[in-house]
Design a protein around this ligand. Structure first.
Ligand SMILES: *Cc1c(COP(=O)(O)O)cnc(C)c1O
Length: 358
């Protein structure tokens, strides 16, 4: 038997059919492709942080329940007193934990599409069938289509990114509420962009026994840390906790996140700057001939190029040292690209490169 035949005989077909998540090489580029916060911390803050890390007992396993960090998070997230928190190595791991726990034979995960690709990617790795329900032409939830899909597929979980990636808009709260009420299973409301948007269902967790609210520190300048948070009723989270590996949040991550959350003003100042620069970038894109930009409640902007192929614009930008995300494909994102809000200087460089590319 050749090694290829062995691979084919052993690896599950749904894994073989997947493509590994592709991260392009961005060395030396202005990196505006991954919704990262472009700012570092002030040097004094970094020194203080490193002093905190010095105290971490790296020879010991971390607190498996991350109790001190969770207490800080409760306050920072304004989680209701009767909600529990579950921490993941990024929201990605939380999505994986939820899907692992729900992966009965025939289980379905559903999401309005286009949306965050990890819902489908992770569902497929754990053999949960993924059903995507197209958004309307203006990227709103298609309630009628969602209702039909809920009835037909009876999903164990519905993922809703609030606001949505890659479209950047916030769905109407009344539509989201209707879906939470009508979903036969769980609804995970992914509030990854909360700091750029302000709207949340966190304070309404207690009103729905099938709602879980997910947050992350990734979009707050801590993408390198990998910390996601799932909030919800203790009975749900106790089950999910069994599917979590005991030491999934390392000691350095726990200490660093606690430190960051103890300095909310520094994080909020960066977020405020990004929100203001986003609005400027949106105005500049909107004023550019041959570009259609969509309003954003996130730290990125979706735009469409007219009269030029998105792939060509993407390549031309790359040649000028600016990396964004090409979303072009058949369907609603035809000739669409997504740019993350960077520093004012990076945004200007992007706009100049785009003007030349068009
Ligand atoms: C960026 C993003 C995340 C973040 O995932 P992490 O694993 O926490 O870095 C989660 N959800 C959505 C919709 C996102 O766009």
């Amino acid at each position: 038997m050749t090694i290829d035949e062995k691979v084919e005989g052993l690896i599950r077909p749904e894994i073989r059919a997947l493509q590994a998540y592709h991260v392009p090489d961005a060395r030396g580029m202005i990196k505006l492709d991954a919704m990262e916060n472009p700012y570092s911390w002030p040097e004094e803050l970094k020194d203080e942080w490193l002093e905190v890390l010095r105290q971490v007992e790296i020879n010991r396993y971390p607190d498996p329940a991350a109790r001190a960090l969770k207490e800080r998070l409760r306050a920072a997230l304004a989680a209701p007193a009767d909600a529990e928190l579950l921490l993941g190595n990024g929201s990605d791991e939380l999505i994986q934990i939820v899907l692992l726990a729900l992966a009965r034979p025939g289980a379905v995960a559903l999401a309005p599409t286009p949306t965050f690709v990890m819902y489908e990617q992770i569902a497929r790795t754990v053999a949960v069938r993924f059903v995507g329900v197209p958004l309307t032409a203006d990227f709103a939830l298609d309630l009628a289509a969602m209702r039909r899909a809920l009835a037909e597929h009876r999903p164990a979980v519905v993922f809703i990114a609030y606001p949505n990636n890659p479209t950047g808009n916030l769905f109407a709260a009344a539509d989201v509420e209707a879906l939470i009420r009508e979903a036969p299973g769980l609804v995970v409301l992914d509030e990854a962009y909360h700091v750029f948007c302000g709207e949340s269902f966190m304070d309404r967790l207690g009103a729905f026994d099938n709602l879980l609210v997910m947050r992350t520190l990734s979009k707050q300048g801590l993408a390198g840390l990998r910390l996601g948070i799932l909030a919800g009723a203790p009975v749900w989270l106790a089950e999910f906790d069994k599917a979590r590996l005991p030491y999934n949040i390392g000691g350095l991550t726990q200490a660093s996140a606690e430190f960051a959350l103890a300095h909310p003003a520094a994080l909020e100042a960066q977020a405020a700057r990004i929100r203001a620069d986003r609005d400027r970038l949106y105005a500049a894109l909107g004023a550019m001939p041959g570009v259609r930009a969509w309003p954003s409640r996130t730290n990125f902007i979706l735009f469409q190029v007219q009269g030029r192929a998105a792939a060509d614009v993407f390549t031309a930008l790359k040649q000028r040292g600016v990396l964004i995300k090409n979303l072009d494909g058949p369907g609603p994102l035809q000739d669409c690209l997504r740019v993350t809000v960077g520093t004012a200087h990076e945004n200007a460089a992007f706009l100049a490169a785009l003007e030349k590319a068009l």
